[in-house]
Design a protein around this ligand. Structure first.
Ligand code: S3P
Length: 451
């Protein structure tokens, strides 16, 4: 459905030191949710700091197609006039989510709870990703898969329930997307919809549902898990949402500052939600010089300025239970591990195989191409750091994956020879200003065709 855009090759070369103070764009997870809850609320939701990346823009268009009035007022400043829970209309045309797993999966939850029908589609990466994990609970709630590609993949047409049923659902995978889809479907079901998660995943949906007026209770469940219960059929009222800076985007300049010697970089207002902070925990264990300054609250989330200084890192063992809090950060952690001294073992990475690409395979192949010692053992990625990275290999295959592209461009900043990536175009899905922001800090990153 999304036409494949032309590849944008890019490369990065050794940069002496990075200096400066920057703010990365708004959090992608929160941006999707702000638009979607704006659609489901009565009244006008104002959003400041919305990430204007392709993924989020696809969600904005989908909200419009389902009946919301969506207006861009200025940079990052948006207004959504909602239709209220129960007030959605079937979209006239298929919803094209491009590369966006979160947007498509959360919106499947929204559609499943309403007596409407919608077709979901996306690019080659999204078409390859598993949707059964979302469709299984939604079918239990009364939704019907009218048609789908083999293996429950996109393009697929979903017919929502005439009268959605509340469920108690234990997700077999630790996934905030699955949890959120079930909760969003449960908004239009009577009674309590409960999600049991064995490992706590990011809680932005729960927090934002509460801010919009829903009743959501969260209790500990099992050793690391949670029981999340939503009271159905709330009247959601529009609120103002301030989107904090995305820790998953901040991860790139952060690790860049750690691997380019002599660097000193401040990243402003980065969200420090504990369910998103696994990378910070791990880098601190590796001996990174990162200070959290000016800790405060913004828009219902904890944020802080991160002062990062380059220096020596040591290999560590990253436990599997940390994965949900840093699931998107393993590619860039692998870069930090390559520059560290000693072995870093990242355990329990099976979920990385079903991200925008098979990230376990893509990271491993990229490390080898850069001359880094690395191996996959079962679901673990092992990187043996020698404090230096040769670089200079063939262009890294990015497989339509923004985080693979950004990670290996950061790899090039400390490498002995430049590191090239085959396509940086997908960076626009989550961090459109990556190139200019990194160059502002002094990074030698060159993207062709003005990406
Ligand atoms: C997200 C959840 C995670 C993450 C994704 C964003 C979200 O996916 O990888 O980038 O906003 O809920 P899973 O729920 O599949 O782990």
């Amino acid at each position: 459905m999304s036409s494949a855009s032309a590849a944008v090759p890019a490369h990065a070369s050794r940069s002496p030191s990075l200096k400066g103070r920057v703010r990365v764009p708004g959090d992608k997870s929160i941006s999707h949710r702000a638009l979607i809850l704006g659609l489901l609320a009565v009244g006008e939701t104002r959003i400041e700091g919305l990430l204007e990346g392709d993924d989020v823009l696809a969600t904005a268009r989908a909200c419009e197609a389902l009946g919301a009035g969506v207006v861009r007022l200025g940079e990052g400043s948006w207004r959504v006039r909602g239709v209220g829970v129960g007030g959605l209309a079937s979209p006239a045309a298929p919803l094209d989510f491009g590369n966006a797993g979160t947007g498509s999966r959360l919106m499947m939850g929204v559609v499943a709870g309403h007596p409407i029908e919608a077709t979901f589609d996306g690019d080659a990466s999204l078409r390859s990703r598993p949707m059964r994990r979302i469709l299984d609970p939604l079918e239990r709630m009364g939704a019907t898969v009218v048609s789908c590609a083999e293996g429950g993949r996109l393009p697929l047409t979903l017919r929502g329930a005439e009268r959605a049923l509340p469920v108690e659902y234990e997700s077999p995978v630790p996934s905030a997307q699955v949890k959120s889809a079930v909760l969003l479907a449960g908004l239009n079901a009577p009674g309590q919809t409960v999600v049991l998660e064995r490992e706590a995943t990011r809680d932005h949906t729960e927090r934002m549902l509460r801010a919009f007026g829903a009743e959501v209770s969260v209790e500990p469940w099992g050793a690391h898990g949670r029981r999340v219960a939503l009271s159905g059929e709330p009247e959601l009222s529009a609120v103002d949402v301030i989107v904090p800076a995305d820790p998953s985007s901040a991860a790139f300049p952060l690790v860049a500052a750690l691997v380019a010697p002599g660097s000193e970089v401040t990243l402003e207002g980065v969200m420090t939600n504990p369910l998103r902070s696994g990378l910070l925990t791990t880098l601190l264990e590796m001996g990174a010089d990162i200070r959290l300054e000016n800790a405060r609250e913004e828009g219902g989330e904890e944020v802080a300025d991160l002062l990062v200084r380059g220096g020596r890192l040591s290999g560590v063992d990253v436990p599997p239970e940390r994965a949900p809090s840093m699931i998107d950060e393993y590619p860039i952690l692998a870069v930090a591990a390559a520059y560290a001294t000693g072995e870093t073992r990242m355990r329990g990475l099976h979920e990385l195989r079903v991200k925008e690409s098979d990230r376990l395979a893509a990271v491993h192949a990229g490390l080898i191409a850069c001359g880094v010692e690395a191996r996959i053992e079962g679901d673990d990625l092992v990187v043996v750091g020698h404090g230096r990275v040769p670089g200079g290999g063939p262009a890294i295959a990015t497989h339509l994956d923004h985080r693979i592209a950004m990670s290996f461009l950061v790899m090039g900043l400390g490498a002995e020879r430049p590191v090239a990536v085959d396509d940086a175009a997908m960076i626009a899905t989550s961090f459109p200003a990556f190139g200019p922001l990194m160059r502002e800090l002094g990074a030698e990153i060159h993207l062709e065709a003005g990406a």
